[in-house]
Design a protein around this ligand. Structure first.
Ligand SMILES: [Fe+2]
Length: 391
């Protein structure tokens, strides 16, 4: 098979690498950044980790601080207005997946407008490809999960329709990423757990995806091993640098893996739950991961068995059937330890959930992600899976 691998030009990994931000800008030949972040981060001492090195290098600091969880088209357009009103030559996406995805979407819409193309986000959702020339984006994650700092995707909710749109293309690939695990200390249990399961889902889905390659397999396997070794540690010992570093690296490797091999059915079904019920992305993945793995298992048993081996919950002596069963047990046990609720226990009302299931199934299929799954479901099978996980 032939593959195309996309990733950032510069990838800085390790403690205190955020202090090298001015050097990253210098190498890109840019000096007028707009920092894109959320209101919480804008008042957090963490912001100083980004602004202080810039100020020390005599670089002016401007901030767009209005990003929201599950970023919306309204927020993206407001950010683009600020870009157009000022004199900026790059964006710095700082925070969790939402600020990074917002920055990526902003550069896409800004680039499209500058090139005389559509400035409407909906016009760039898959299967269209956002490949326009665009201002550089430097991503600096403060959570270990989405891997958005290296991916060619951004997920934006259409304010008019509530649809979580998948946008993909070269303009969504950050030009540079700074992966500094010291930015993740103090993050609360729930956030650490949810973003960590998002990472695990990226790695497993990239590994079983129909678009997997030797390159992405290597990244996905290492990410799975790191999650298995470090996720509980990061959750239960939040200040332990070993767990935080392991999860930050896992998120990054898994991001490179799924960006180049795609995600599959879990993500396809997870996005509509997030859009309609505002469940955090990693948590809706976690609600679905064991059931969808079970649904898909026999369609790619050797691959799923490898996942269990990579995670150290099965050995090379275990037959694929045994290793596959251990994977299912391991995913259930992880959800239990991380206190993952069912949609019902989370408080999602049964009537509304039931009535939206056909719409969610349609939206899951429309995203294209289920086509990468080892077992490609029908709309009815997706509805049955939504029903099964409800609780
Ligand atoms: Fe994800």
């Amino acid at each position: 098979m032939s593959v195309t691998i996309l990733g950032p030009q510069q990838l800085l990994i390790g403690a205190e690498t955020v202090s090298e931000l001015p050097l990253v800008l210098e190498r890109l030949g840019v000096s007028k950044p707009l920092i894109v972040t959320d209101p919480f981060m804008a008042t957090s001492p963490l912001l100083g980790r980004v602004t202080e090195p810039l100020e020390a290098a005599d670089i002016n600091v401007a901030i767009f601080k209005d990003t929201v969880p599950d970023p919306t088209t309204d927020v993206v357009y407001a950010g683009v207005e600020q870009m157009l009103a000022g004199d900026f030559d790059c964006l710095i996406g700082f925070g969790g997946g939402s600020p990074m995805d917002t920055a990526k979407a902003m550069t896409i819409i800004h680039g499209a407008k500058q090139g005389g193309q559509s400035g409407v986000m909906r016009d760039w959702k898959v299967p269209n490809s956002a490949d326009m020339p665009a201002l550089p984006v430097i991503c600096i994650p403060t959570t270990a999960g989405t891997g958005s700092e290296v991916t060619k995707f951004t997920v934006i909710t259409d304010t008019e329709t509530d649809e979580k749109m998948l946008i993909m293309g070269l303009a969504a690939v950050p030009t540079a990423a700074i992966v500094d695990y010291t930015l993740t200390f103090k993050k609360p249990f729930r956030l650490t757990a949810d973003t960590g399961v998002d990472t695990l889902t990226h790695a497993i889905e990239a590994y079983v995806s129909k678009k997997a390659s030797a390159y992405t397999d290597m990244l996905a396997r290492q990410a799975m091993r790191l999650v298995a070794d470090n996720l509980r540690l990061a959750c239960f010992e939040p200040d332990n640098p070993v767990g935080r570093e392991g999860m930050m690296l896992a998120a990054n490797l898994a991001g490179m893996a799924f960006s180049n091999a795609s995600v599959a059915l879990v993500h396809g079904m997870s996005r509509p739950i997030g859009a309609h019920f505002h469940v955090p992305h990693g948590l809706s993945n976690a609600m679905l991961l064991p059931a969808i793995t079970k649904f898909s298992l026999n369609a790619a048993l050797p691959r799923y068995a490898d996942c269990a081996r990579a995670m150290g919950i099965a050995t090379s002596d275990d037959a694929d059937e045994i290793a596959g069963a251990k994977l299912l047990e391991g995913l259930e046990a992880l959800n239990k330890d991380l206190e993952v609720p069912t949609p019902k226990a989370y408080g999602i009302e049964a009537d509304r959930y039931q009535s939206l299931m056909p719409t969610m199934a349609k939206q899951a299929l429309a995203s294209g992600s289920p086509n990468n799954n080892p077992r490609i479901p029908t709309a009815d099978e997706i509805v049955a899976l939504y029903e099964e996980v409800y609780g």
